[in-house]
Design a protein around this ligand. Structure first.
Ligand SMILES: *[C@@H]1O[C@H](CO)[C@@H](O)[C@H](O)[C@H]1NC(C)=O
Ligand SMILES: *[C@@H]1O[C@H](CO)[C@@H](O)[C@H](O)[C@H]1NC(C)=O
Ligand SMILES: *[C@@H]1O[C@H](CO)[C@@H](O)[C@H](O)[C@H]1NC(C)=O
Length: 468
């Protein structure tokens, strides 16, 4: 009897081992939307010094999202509570030989533990410090003459939001760029330049805290594409009952945070997702941003003028500012809205619940590429010699790559200053006054008294995109 049992167990184990796929290592992926590791996105090639046909860089404007951070307190709570029950189920399904994962992956999933407590909530990680040092070091090698001439932090306006992760980012960046300790001016609790969206009640009411702004993402989560993905992930883990969206989302968060913390290593939980599943979850995240911080809502576009106006103001007045540049440390929302204000990452068709098949692998609004951790946008002003058709030119860099600006006729992502100003002339009168507009109703003389103007503009935009 004992022998039969032993043989049976051995046979089962052999069967289980036989079914388990070999451990095929997938290289670390860069498809985790706003939690993508910066170094998997930017061009890590040795940076050649930037030459613009004899022109000289004279002003350096740089807007940065903080580096890799820990999850927020709520996410840490969800990860702490959500992962262990799935590990318990995986232990059973793997023992029964049902998991379609290689044994080493199962082992790594079973021994995985969140490397953070609530006290870490939203703080910059060690990798986040490296992100910032890398960016600063590469810009310094890209503009050697400029940063030799302007070698001290006090020659620049450095400004950060009042969060630990942005201030720590500013310090790491500044100390690497200037090789000296830097002072960051006390951040404003309410910053109309770097957290303009948080000072816009209209955006909070009509977009951020408005459940309707999440209608497309909710429909995508409830739709067929997501259901098929949840089934694939559940099968891979060997579960007979399909996991809920919430359960799989926790695993995806574990996967993508881990991946960002250690970009060169493959994260254990990522093995629960195949390439198609990663596309599905990436799209889910991008759809949310499209409506809450991107092109999907006219209010977001309107807010996008704040930092575009700052580029124009600073570069226009660079000779009289007494500073050689500005470096701003902020958050993903400011980056997304500014990209939208500049027309970068705009698709011809909107990201909707039904558009996954069309946009899956080919869309401009890809936050993994546009807005990973440490995402950054630079505007460099060049002074060119006599004989050039125009004295000043500007070039924008997104995540260290020159990025062409719509409406600029020059080659090489260069833009003559007059083209740039013409293209963004509307931003020069940018104001947040509209943010305090109360809803027109009753006493208001507006035509469509039941609709806010934001709805009207959103409807018009929608119409335009349908007609195109
Ligand atoms: C780095 O340069 C090589 C050779 O020019 C190129 O093939 C590669 O795509 C570049 N890497 C990135 C991330 O752009
Ligand atoms: C919420 O969003 C929907 C869809 O964009 C819009 O119709 C509605 O007016 C918004 N609600 C508020 C309070 O602005
Ligand atoms: C995990 O914890 C160790 C030990 O405290 C620490 O050195 C490491 O940086 C942590 N990893 C992350 C990603 O925070």
């Amino acid at each position: 009897m004992a022998l039969t049992l032993l043989l049976l167990t051995a046979a089962l184990a052999a069967a289980a081992a036989g079914d388990a796929p070999p451990c095929a290592q997938r290289p670390p992926q860069a498809h985790y939307s706003s939690k993508t590791a910066y170094q998997l996105v930017h061009d890590d090639n040795v940076t050649a010094a930037d030459h613009v046909r004899g022109c000289e860089a004279v002003y350096f404007w740089h807007l940065l999202r903080h580096g890799t951070r820990y999850p927020n307190v709520k996410e840490i709570d969800e990860l702490t509570k959500g992962v262990p029950p799935i590990q318990a189920r995986l232990r059973e399904s793997a023992a029964a030989g049902r998991a379609a994962l290689c044994p080493a992956d199962v082992e790594r999933m079973l021994t995985w533990k969140l490397n953070a407590t609530k006290a870490h909530g939203n703080m910059l990680t060690v990798q986040g410090e490296r992100d910032m040092e890398g960016i600063a070091g590469r810009f310094r090698s890209r503009f050697p003459a400029f940063f030799t001439k302007h070698a001290h932090a006090d020659q620049f306006q450095i400004r950060s939001t009042d969060a630990q992760r942005t201030q720590a980012s500013a310090k790491c960046y500044g100390e690497r760029l200037f090789s000296e300790p830097i002072d960051i001016p006390t951040p404003l609790a309410e910053d109309p330049l770097l957290k303009f969206y948080a000072m816009c009640p209209l955006w909070e009411r009509a977009v951020d805290k408005n459940a309707s702004a999440r209608a497309e993402v909710d429909a995508f989560i409830d739709g067929e594409v997501m259901r098929a993905s949840l089934e694939r992930v559940s099968k891979r883990l060997g579960f007979e009952e399909t996991l809920t969206y919430k359960e799989v989302e926790v695993l995806w968060e574990a996967c993508r945070y881990d991946q960002a913390w250690e970009p060169t290593q493959d994260s254990p939980w990522c093995a629960a997702f195949d390439d198609e599943d990663l596309m599905v979850f990436e799209y889910r995240a991008d759809v949310k941003y499209y409506y809450v911080t991107g092109y999907g809502n006219a209010v977001n576009l309107q807010l996008g003028c704040v930092l575009v106006k700052d580029i124009i103001d600073k570069l226009s007045a660079h000779e009289s500012l007494g500073k050689s540049g500005a470096m701003y440390f902020t958050h993903s929302t400011a980056i997304h809205m500014t990209l939208a204000g500049l027309g970068i990452g705009r698709d011809a068709v909107p990201l909707t619940a039904d558009n996954f098949a069309t946009l899956e692998r080919d869309r401009r609004w890809s936050i993994s590429r546009l807005g990973p951790f440490a995402a950054n946008l630079a505007a460099v002003l060049y002074e060119c010699p006599e004989g050039e058709n125009e004295k000043y030119k500007v070039r924008m860099y997104l995540n260290e790559e020159p990025v062409p600006v719509e409406g600029c006729s020059d080659a090489d992502a260069l833009c003559s200053w007059s083209d740039f100003r013409n293209r963004f002339a509307a931003a020069e009168s940018c104001s947040l006054d509209f943010c305090n507009a109360t809803r027109p109703n009753g006493s208001s003389p507006m035509l469509c008294s039941s609709l806010t103007w934001a709805t009207v503009t959103a409807l018009i935009l929608r119409l335009i995109s349908v007609l195109r």
